[in-house]
Each structure stands twice: as C-alpha cells, then as structure tokens.
Design a protein. Sequence first.
Length: 162
Amino acid sequence: MRNLNDIRKPYKGFHTNNLLVLSLLVGTLDILAAVLLTLYYGGDPIKMLGYIASGALGTKALSGALYYAVIGLFFHYGIAFVWTVIFMWVYKKVPFLSQHRILTGMSYGLIIWSVMDLIIIPLSLITPGPFNIARAITGALILILAIGLPLSFITKNKFPKG
C-alpha cells in the first residue's frame, strides 16, 4: 500500500497541508458566493446548505434544521476537496494547463458545473427544479471565479515551470 509521501512525490513540495488549505480556500469562496446569492434572492442559507445535504440524505434534509446545514457544509467542503485533488492531478500531467491560466481556470469551472449539474445532481437524491438559463450561467460563473481561476493561478505560482 502506498503511503502519503508516495502520493505527494509528483507534486514536488505541494504537501497535503497545502492541498487542504487550497481546498478550504476555494470551498469558502464558493460557499460564500452561494450564501450571498441565497440572501440576495431572499432565501435562507441554512436551507441552502440543507439542499446540499439532501443530495445524499433526501428530502428530510430540506427541513431547515441546523443539523442538516452542518452536514451540507461538510459535504460542500468534501466536494471542493475532491475537485481540488482532481485539478492538481491533471495539472501535473498536462503541461498546457500551466501555460494558459485563464483558459484553464475558466474551463475547469465549466467542467465542474457540467459534471455537477448535468450528472451528479440528477443522479443524487436532490429533487431538481426546471432548468433556468440565468441560474445556470450564474452557477457556472461562480465556479469559474471561486474555484477554477483561483486553482489555476495559485497552482501556477506553486509550479511556475508547469
């Protein structure tokens, strides 16, 4: 079985702590945007986090209970961690990505939106609403700005030679 040092070797100095901090950063940027949008539209951030939890727990998580909001927040950061790990893995394997930070960040945000909204959410226990183009564009822009671009720029600075 591989140990943690074997997993970190390809990242040449990008240690697990950095990965966790980067995941927390992009996860926080994303959830902050989601909370602000929820408040802007008159929604309840606790229920929004319950909506995230409902992907695994079903409609009972939509009750507005703080317990489900905490679970939703935990799931959110777990998902942000997975997307960060995937980005780091692909980044080291595809030199093109390090040479095109803006294109890489924008593309990754769109990939995240596509996978989450078109595959993961429909396969989850979430009851999806009707497709709304404005909401889709807003969601994609948030993922580009909160996850894709920060990952691309911070990773480029950590591995300047790609």
